[in-house]
Design a protein around this ligand. Structure first.
Ligand SMILES: *[C@@H]1O[C@H](CO)[C@@H](O)[C@H](O)[C@H]1NC(C)=O
Ligand SMILES: *[C@@H]1O[C@H](CO)[C@@H](O)[C@H](O)[C@H]1NC(C)=O
Ligand SMILES: *[C@@H]1O[C@H](CO)[C@@H](O)[C@H](O)[C@H]1NC(C)=O
Ligand SMILES: *[C@@H]1O[C@H](CO)[C@@H](O)[C@H](O)[C@H]1NC(C)=O
Ligand SMILES: *[C@@H]1O[C@H](CO)[C@@H](O)[C@H](O)[C@H]1NC(C)=O
Ligand SMILES: *[C@@H]1O[C@H](CO)[C@@H](O)[C@H](O)[C@H]1NC(C)=O
Ligand SMILES: *[C@@H]1O[C@H](CO)[C@@H](O)[C@H](O)[C@H]1NC(C)=O
Ligand SMILES: *[C@@H]1O[C@H](CO)[C@@H](O)[C@H](O)[C@H]1NC(C)=O
Length: 641
């Protein structure tokens, strides 16, 4: 096999005058080569205008990759200056491949129409990658036969569709503005070995790849690769989490003379090797996807995701390139992704729905520089939520009926139960907790319609006496959904106390890099975690406070709120992660700050999360159980007389 050698691109000829001009020109943003992907598989999508005006522009996101040519998104992006990459849905692949007319119509309807306002960069004649063949089988558990045939079926249309779109772009005089690229997953070139030098394009893709590479080369288009580091981490048990999170490695992966201390560089160099073996070793590379999920699996948490994203962005900022392409990082890298999508396929795991840097309603889950620099991420403002109502299992009904299982399955197949999966934020709820979570999720996804809260008459909805005028339909009540999950979790912990050890910090979590003023506080993420555990123990009180209008929060509960404020490096983000809207977070903090003197924390160790043990624990749990009991058993309508 040919070795894949270090490749050095000759420096471009830059006239001295231009160099001088460049020297005085404003420094480009350090994250200039980074973009973010924006998908639309959401039951309650944030309106496109709010995404552009409230997230992309305030956070200075320089480029965006759209999953499809959404006219809402393209209209909202017009005049924004954000560079746009547009995807083409799989379903259009065949028509576009077989008809030049169809391709011309597609380009006209979805591109040309917007060119006066939108700054296009790339067109992808494919929404998803074509990682066809046997390698898909370990991703799509239980769905291989369909995906296999689907993939093989699409394979032959990819390059013809790309060619037809390219011709249409030339005819529309747009080919100098946009390039056609085809996203390919790392599975197209990385086989069982994790060593970059072993990589080559899969033999079952041989013909297609040769065609594709020659098409790309003829049009000076880059190769777009989609990386799934989380999936790779789950599959390669002998590669440490540090390797994926750009942490210092005491034992880097050795590959001949080259050493790799992170998965990202190794994947890029594997691609370089595969391209070299195929005769296209000079081809530019774009990373179309790189991200880390925050829920739905073990090690999928905001803290780990922040570690990955920050590591990636910092790594790209250094522009150090890889061992095979020193000083030549991928020409662009798209972070995956902007928002959570509760309707996207779970074929490669439940975590697939939790890749957002922001929650579905535009609230940042963690800190990363996506263009805004060292500042905190700006959240979407003026998000409208549904009323605070739930649909949960009625404890008074006979639950012995086996139909509850099929109801659960039905609710989950349409709703999103991925937070219940092992490692997920609502795992460990117990069976009834699971069922309530599923029913409630289904109910919220269906905009709280009466019909959607009816699974064999098992459930009841619980409404809070908030004035309806403050709530306009459109969004899930994020706090309500999450508080329900927390309430269920607390109830589950109380019941299964002996079995389930109190959760500690998840193994392998790298402490979130705290901002400068917090750097002195050693182990702050540990303390933050303990504070989060404490707040779980007062979920009932918080539900009463926020949703029932009770004007009282106990001292223990406020202490937990203040612990989060003091010990979590990004208290606001942390409160939003556990489900509070910014307004609700402010209400809690405002009440607690006003009510009780701040305790000195200094070097005093935080109260252990098991502080509630003993007498206190019993009463706290009782309170939780009764809070949850009343929540679950209540009939429609306001409860206060
Ligand atoms: C793009 O254009 C095609 C053909 O005119 C049209 O059918 C389709 O709905 C448009 N939008 C998207 C998102 O592809
Ligand atoms: C992986 O690719 C290398 C190089 O092409 C090859 O020698 C090896 O047999 C492949 N391994 C598997 C499991 O396909
Ligand atoms: C690329 O260009 C070469 C030479 O012009 C041509 O022979 C080949 O068919 C082209 N390939 C594709 C896929 O367009
Ligand atoms: C991981 O383990 C496999 C099988 O045990 C081995 O072939 C591979 O070289 C290992 N990879 C690394 C990076 O140690
Ligand atoms: C495809 O297969 C042929 C013969 O099996 C081989 O000569 C060629 O190098 C392969 N191309 C790639 C890109 O792997
Ligand atoms: C159990 O379910 C069956 C069918 O769904 C129904 O006919 C029966 O009345 C249910 N029994 C109870 C006790 O809910
Ligand atoms: C709750 O649901 C999750 C996801 O379906 C499952 O893994 C877990 O085992 C369930 N728990 C119980 C107690 O059934
Ligand atoms: C709820 O379910 C019961 C029993 O399946 C059915 O009779 C009733 O019509 C349903 N109500 C609604 C609003 O769908």
């Amino acid at each position: 096999m040919l070795p894949c050698r270090r490749h050095l691109r000759p420096p471009p000829f830059v006239p001295a005058l231009l160099l001088m001009l460049l020297a005085v020109a404003p420094m480009p943003s350090p994250a200039a080569a980074v973009g973010v992907t924006w998908g639309f598989a959401s039951s309650h999508p944030l309106p496109a205008a709010q995404v552009v005006q409230g997230l992309l522009l305030p956070n200075s996101i320089p480029r965006i990759r759209l999953a499809a040519a959404s006219s809402d998104a393209l209209s909202a992006l017009a005049g924004s200056g954000v560079a746009v990459t547009v995807g083409v849905p799989d379903a259009l692949l065949r028509p576009l491949a077989t008809s030049r007319k169809a391709a011309a119509a597609w380009v006209h309807d979805n591109i040309t129409r917007y060119t006066s306002g939108v700054r296009f960069e790339y067109v992808l004649p494919f929404k998803q990658d074509f990682s066809i063949g046997h390698f898909i089988s370990y991703i799509a558990v239980g769905e291989e036969p369909f995906l296999l045939s689907h993939g093989q079926h699409l394979q032959s249309f990819v390059v013809p569709a790309a060619e037809n779109i390219q011709r249409a772009l030339i005819d529309a005089k747009l080919s100098s503005k946009l390039k056609v690229v085809v996203p390919c997953s790392a599975e197209t070139y990385q086989n069982a070995s994790t060593l970059p030098s072993q990589a080559s394009f899969r033999s079952d893709l041989n013909g297609t790849m040769v065609e594709l590479l020659s098409f790309l080369a003829n049009n000076s288009s880059p190769f777009m690769v989609e990386l799934n580091p989380f999936l790779s981490f789950q599959q390669n048990k002998n590669l440490s989490l540090d390797y994926y999170l750009f942490q210092l490695m005491t034992h880097p992966v050795k590959d001949g003379q080259n050493k790799y201390d992170n998965y990202f560089d190794a994947s890029i160099d594997a691609l370089v090797c595969a391209l070299t073996r195929a005769g296209f070793g000079d081809m530019d590379i774009i990373v179309g996807r790189a991200g880390w999920p925050t829920d739905g699996a073990v090690n999928a948490t905001p803290a780990v995701a922040q570690s990955f994203m920050t590591g990636l962005v910092n790594h790209l900022d250094k522009k150090s390139g890889t061992p095979l392409r020193p000083k030549m990082p991928p020409i662009k890298t798209y972070l995956f992704s902007l928002l959570d999508e509760d309707q996207c396929s779970t074929a490669s795991g439940g975590c697939e729905r939790h890749y957002g840097i922001f929650t579905f309603d535009g609230q940042a889950k963690y800190h990363v520089n996506i263009g805004q620099g060292p500042k905190a991420l700006k959240n979407a403002l003026d998000v409208e939520y549904l009323p605070s109502k739930w649909c949960v299992v009625d404890n008074n009904k006979d639950l012995s009926n086996s139909s509850i299982s099929s109801s659960f399955a039905a609710a989950c197949s349409s709703g999103d139960c991925t937070a219940l999966l092992p490692g997920g934020s609502c795992s460990g709820l117990g069976w009834l907790g699971n069922v309530s979570y599923a029913f409630n999720n289904y109910y919220q996804q269906h905009d709280q319609s009466e019909e959607s809260c009816n699974f064999s008459g098992l459930v009841t909805s619980s409404s809070a006496p908030r004035p309806p005028s403050t709530m306009v339909a459109g969004f899930l009540p994020s706090a309500a959904t999450m508080l329900l999950c927390l309430a269920l979790l607390a109830a589950g912990v109380a019941v299964a106390d002996e079995l389930a050890p109190a959760p500690g910090p998840a193994a392998g979590i790298v402490p979130a890099p705290p901002p400068a003023d917090e750097l002195d506080r050693e182990g702050s993420s540990q303390h933050c975690w303990e504070a989060l555990m404490e707040i779980k123990s007062c979920t009932g009180e918080i539900i009463m406070f926020l949703l029932e209008g009770e004007a009282y929060l106990g001292g223990g509960c406020c202490r937990a709120v203040r612990l989060i404020e003091q010990r979590c490096w990004a208290a606001d983000a942390m409160l939003s992660v556990i489900g509070f809207t910014p307004q609700e977070g402010d209400m809690l903090k405002g009440y607690c700050d006003a009510g009780q003197p701040l305790q000195q924390h200094g070097s005093e160790p935080p109260p252990p999360s098991s502080a509630a043990d003993g007498g206190d624990a019993a009463s706290a749990r009782e309170m939780m159980m009764s809070a949850f009991g009343s929540l679950a058993g209540r009939k429609h309508g306001p409860v206060r007389g």
